[in-house]
Design a protein around this ligand. Structure first.
Ligand SMILES: [Fe+2]
Length: 219
């Protein structure tokens, strides 16, 4: 996620049909090749216009860009968040499906939530509690544990404080064509395709990299 200008659309790491029938090839094609890829193009235009080509994607989301007006900053953060979130989302799953393996992440999930199945149930409840376009995340705050976070619109989690482990798109364009209003079915299918190897790697990195909260211990 530390890519720099010119930003490029990351190839989908599986085929458009890999998640069928619960996620149709058309849904994945338009989501990745149109919606996300168009945002990458727009982000390049924005960073040129605002002379921010020296910043990487993470910096565009976290840096103090006081030279921009409030409207310009809101627009930039929206587009950069859209790019970051979708890259993360597409990389969170894989074509293979099955039960979660036993690894450090799933052991931490079991310690925190009871089991991966209990986490899935909580994620469904969280998703169903939202009525607008948003994102649902499982984040690691290092030694302070795992948390579920909902961010509205295209906002990203606080990358300078937590590490995203899982991220799911709750915008209707991600699921409505195949699942209509059934967020539970959408999440169940998404959960069964999680790339647990990659998620476990992100979790391990989060435990090695002290978060801001660890550098400034809570009192
Ligand atoms: Fe999306």
């Amino acid at each position: 996620m530390d890519q720099t200008f010119p930003f490029q659309s990351h190839p989908l790491p599986y085929s458009y049909a890999a998640l069928m029938p619960q996620c149709g090839a058309n849904t994945l094609y338009f989501h990745h090749d149109k919606y996300y890829t168009d945002a990458v193009y727009e982000l390049n235009q924005l960073v040129v216009r605002h002379r921010l080509t020296a910043l990487d994607l993470r910096q565009l989301l976290t840096a103090d860009l006081h030279q921009l007006s409030a409207h310009q900053l809101e627009h930039l953060r929206d587009v950069a968040g859209l790019v970051f979130n979708h890259q993360f989302y597409f990389d969170c799953v894989c074509s293979a499906s099955g039960a979660p393996p036993v690894n450090a992440l799933t052991q931490a999930i079991t310690t925190t939530y009871g089991s991966p199945a209990a986490l899935e149930k909580l994620m469904v409840q969280a998703a169903e509690s939202t009525c607008g376009s948003s994102w649902l995340w499982l984040v690691s705050e290092g030694v302070h544990g795992l948390h579920l976070v909902i961010t509205p619109n295209n906002f990203t989690v606080a990358l300078d404080a937590v590490s995203p482990i899982l991220g799911i798109d709750l915008w209707e364009h991600a699921f409505y064509a195949d699942n209509h209003f059934d967020k539970a079915a959408y999440l169940h299918h998404w959960f069964s395709h999680i790339n647990w190897t990659a998620a476990n790697r992100r979790y391990a990195e989060s435990m090695r990299s002290p978060s801001a909260s660890e550098q400034n211990p809570r009192i």
